[in-house]
Ligand binder design. Sequence first.
Ligand code: 5AD
Ligand code: SF4
Length: 579
Amino acid sequence: MLGGARLLCQRPLGWTVPATLRAWLSTCGLDSVAHSKEAERKGGLGDFHAKLTEGPSLQHFLQEAAPVQAGHHLLAEDDPAPYLDPGTLAEAPSKVYLETYGCQMNVSDTEIAWSILQRSGYLRTRRLEEADVILLVTCSIREKAEQTIWNRLRHLTALKSKRPPTQAPLRIGILGCMAKRLKEKILDQERLVDLVAGPDAYRDLPRLLAVARSGQQAANVLLSLDETYADILPVHTNGSGTSAFVSIMRGCDNMCSYCIVPFTRGRERSRPVASILQEVQMLSDQGVKEVTLLGQNVNSYRDTSEVQFLSTAPTHLSRGFSTVYRAKQGGLRFASLLDRVSAVDPEMRIRFTSPHPKDFPDEVFQLMRERRNLCKQLHLPVQSGSTRILEAMKRGYTREAYLELVRHARDFLPDVSLSSDFIAGFCGETEADHQQTVSLLREVCYNTAFIFAYSMRQKTRAFHRLQDDVPSEVKQRRLKELMTVFREEAARANAAAVGRLQVVLVEGLSKRSPSEKCGRNDGNLRVIFPDVELGDGTGTVARAQPGDYVLVKISSASSQTLKGTPLCRTTLKESAAFY
Ligand code: 5AD
Ligand code: SF4
């Protein structure tokens, strides 16, 4: 106990405690925070000595510290731990209920966590009341996101305490960003939480759950410099089976002054290209028609896993953009990744999110223009339209440089669909700064926007150096203004599609009407059209199914949706004739 967890957490980044050592330390109570009476009874020096004698040998640690081969990570599966009773790991299969909060990255993390648990013999349930283990994959980006989790935890812990003694106790775990940020608070205040696992600790879940089953609280929030879960092929669980997310990189080196992500998710690292291509191929074989490449800064992708990628060529930033870190050299870059991924299946649409506007060399735009299956959709998070606020946010660009990037992108991709993130009421934001954001929204005319009120986060640069001085009601008023302006402009931008042909990837029936189908156009906007029989290039007539492409003539547009008349079922290749 002795704050052992703290000791482990404060080690320098990059030194990875072998899983075996961590596991063994935990049996000595050094990384799990044992609050249970059972654990207290067991404690003491005698117990510690006994464990010293019975624990794994030095040789075992040395083996663990050796470079890990792909596919040989999983403690419970490949490397039975000599210090845990095998019965603890291999008990009757427990049912896990997973709940995801926050961004798409968390959706992908949920799939990774589930894949790891499945390989360890766990079953998944979609019914809360059936669960033996409930895991929440959490988000810390704003106070409100965390509040939602605290409320949910209260509800779940009440459920746990009502569990009849005839059943094995329900175990509750917190995964992801909030686990990393608030480990102590979660374990100390919410005593009914059994397990805390940070974003780089999912491989350790089987062991943590085994520790939790023995009645102790278990935690691992260590950040890694190289964990990309490259060898864990996630289990894709999205409803219609037409789309999937593929995580290509993790972490962030940008240190925007408002953002907690670099602290919860750690340093930037890229998943090796070979494992990405393997996953995309597998998805294509399964009939998936759309893949979204995911990462905190997808376009900062830089794979250095193979010697041939290690040139000394510096990375090229977008014109007028800078970084807080020194220019990175070498590695296989995002444009090359896009090139390879889009070649896997020319009938599979490829999107990516979330990029950083600094990493858009011309090659990326060029490739997007050339490849039919690379969607003409760009998320360019601007955050503010005021250069003064952008400087305070440490974004590395001015309003002018950003607008120049937008012009440049539109030169390459005239019909590109643009989206962005905005923060209302950042530290020191005046009414004049806010009006600059309003005017930028009007000038760019985005198709989609995500607008947030600023939420001060501990540890960030803004927390230490700036004043959160915009009153909450002013933040809310500015947020509403930005939303109103965005909606007006988006309706205008989307109206440009009326009368034009669009290729829509069908997702299923419209939620509003069973006689209509719903899908997405190239720019990722929702398109609704009547569910009627349609011909295709071979002369077959049938209703469109999820995963089919349909050519639709757009007849009306709002700020969020397009409506139109379906003309035929098509393919990406055939549809080129219509443009
Ligand atoms: N407060 C409000 N919004 C934030 N974001 C990141 N940190 C904060 C914060 N502290 C927003 C940014 C980012 C998006 C993912 O979340 O707009 O692009
Ligand atoms: Fe946060 Fe900035 Fe990194 Fe995005 S780029 S995750 S906003 S620090």
